[in-house]
Design a protein around this ligand. Sequence first.
Ligand SMILES: [Zn+2]
Length: 456
Amino acid sequence: MTVRGSARMRRVSSNGWRVPSYHCELAWLGDDQAVADVLVTIDGDRIASVDPSASPPADATRLRGLTVPGFANSHSHAFHRALRGRAQAGTGSFWTWREQMYEVAASLDPDRYRDLARAVFAEMVQAGISAVGEFHYLHHGPGGVPYDDHNAMGAALIAAATEAGLRITLLDTCYLQGGIDVELDETQRRFSDGDALAWATRASALQDAPTVRIGAAIHSVRAVDPAAIEVVAAWAGERGAPLHAHVSEQPAENEQSVAAFGRTPIQLLAERGAVSERFTAVHATHVTEDDLDALGGADSWCCLCPTTERDLADGIGPARAMRDAGAHLTLGSDSHAVIDLLEEARAVELDERLASGVRGSHDAPSLLRAATTHGHESLGWRDAGRIEPGALADLTTIALDTVRTAGGGPEHSIEMAVFAATAADVHHVVIGGRVVVSDGHHVSIDVAAELADALP
Ligand SMILES: [Zn+2]
């Protein structure tokens, strides 16, 4: 499989224009109901004030529909977008899907990765996403040979996010073995730094910037041995950085972990210092009650990726039990079977209904919180994901007059947005005070054309 580059995608995008104030027809300010006629003023990249106002100033831009904080996509592998459509044909399992995914990985170099990620991140922006947690493990060239700049691939992702107009938390991922005591295969050699100290040296060369945070990730207990887990956890701890890990996505991972270490993946990660209030367990589909107690007790995050988990036949994560144990829920589009945080949000509740026979474990405001406030916090953006003075000025407006969302009335606008709207109903997006989506279109990128160009 090849991924084409394109000279015309080399242009640097403008990042949208600034507007001094918005008058929101309806705004979700974190409560159970939306508030009508809210005036939001902007100062630079921050929200200056939030006030109910029936008579806004003449220069305020009217936002019709429901305005919510920008969404946080807390778990992404940008290049997996190339599998959309292709991976849904035929039969198989997570493990056969992984073979297809490795084919795509093998075709990428920094230039192609930048083009592909720019288009995928622009798709996210158009879906109302203002920050992405990119779980990045494709570090090196063919055979595992580093590029001249050892962080060329990470730099490509950061540049792509900047051009697309959203913030990125680059979760630089340690990946050292093909399975517990299994050698790396040809593709996996590109993921590995050789050992954890080499990983730490390379990751330490990456730097935060106003729209960039550097975090760490442990790919999984399959790919990172216990001593290396300690090194990555210590690196993140020294920096106060987010630390993410794939956890218990498949029953086979649990079986292998228990057989090798006498512990579940969460128990092993906790024992080695990884589980804290900065830790996100991605998936956590097949966890025990003790695992949930460990995550909740540490004030950790659980990132559910329901559209990927159902696509890969992973199972349904115990979202209510996670929350009841004290863990906080976040959402990710992961493999990008679709990029639609509203679909991820409602899937948490709707999948739980199918699994439990009970309706209403997660109400619409709590699902929106997972998609916004919690997601940003888990990615190290504690000053985002809220419409309040001082927060980063991220506003995602969902149209309530489309064929999917018309009717229902303002008192049910949050439920309408979460349970019926799609990414296609996002018609206006502001990130860091800049307009990046207007009338449903990215202001500087033809997203569909760039996707078609960048994807095989
Ligand atoms: Zn993942």
